[in-house]
Design a protein around this ligand. Structure first.
Ligand SMILES: [Zn+2]
Length: 141
């Protein structure tokens, strides 16, 4: 058999095709296509992030970023319905439009925030209170 350049090329192509097959989505996975300007921008951002986290894969970077962004938008949307009524050393009173303008109390105890109204440590009211400069200052002091 003649071992010419053409045959070598064919082999390489075959191997590449085989490798492509091995990265097809497994059950519980989904493949998406990103292209053009968005792909270029994502790759730029990924390369910056990869300096801090060398083991970070592009797929993980993109999927985590998407989840963070969706969550951030949800929080911003919810936070528009909340306003600050009063603030003391350890108590923050908020008004929540969704709760029929009911007042919501968030307390600072041992540098932790708790929504007294909902008995929660991680609700939107705690998140809103954490974003207040006065509260951040109190927590850092
Ligand atoms: Zn709450």
């Amino acid at each position: 058999m003649v071992n010419n350049g053409y045959k070598h090329f064919l082999n390489v192509k075959f191997i590449n095709l085989k490798n492509t097959n091995t990265i097809l989505p497994q059950p519980g996975q989904k493949t998406i296509t990103v292209s053009g300007k968005i792909l270029k921008r994502l790759e730029e951002l990924y390369n910056v992030e990869k300096i801090k986290k060398p083991n970070l894969s592009f797929a993980l970077f993109v999927s985590e970023s998407a989840l963070i962004e969706i969550e951030r938008r949800r929080i911003l949307k919810e936070a528009q319905l909340i306003s600050l009524i009063s603030l003391t050393e350890d108590t923050i009173i908020l008004k929540d439009v969704r709760k029929k303008n009911r007042l919501v109390e968030v307390q600072i105890r041992n540098k932790n925030l708790k929504c007294i109204t909902e008995e929660k440590f991680d609700c939107i009211h705690v998140g809103f209170a954490l974003a207040l400069p006065e509260v951040r200052k109190a927590l850092n002091s």
